[in-house]
Design a protein around this ligand. Sequence first.
Ligand SMILES: [Zn+2]
Length: 89
Amino acid sequence: MGEPKGVAEGVPNAVRPDPSRDDGRRAVAWLTIAAPPSWSVTPSARSWCTCGYERCAIGRAAVLQLVTAHSEHRTTCPLLTPASEGRAA
Ligand SMILES: [Zn+2]
């Protein structure tokens, strides 16, 4: 390969996201939490993912569990964990 590094042929020098960062590990899971400062208002949260994962939580304890579940999902989501990683038991 004699191509100089950093020069991609046919790619206009336009404003576009860095292709080197788009290696398939883009964010596909979202987490939104509505936690009013007032303790009298019950907080709620919702997390969902493009793989079909979706959870809703109402209440502080449930929201905390949802946050934990969301974090765990990011490690188990088939969209975030490519099969080519080849995990060994
Ligand atoms: Zn997912």
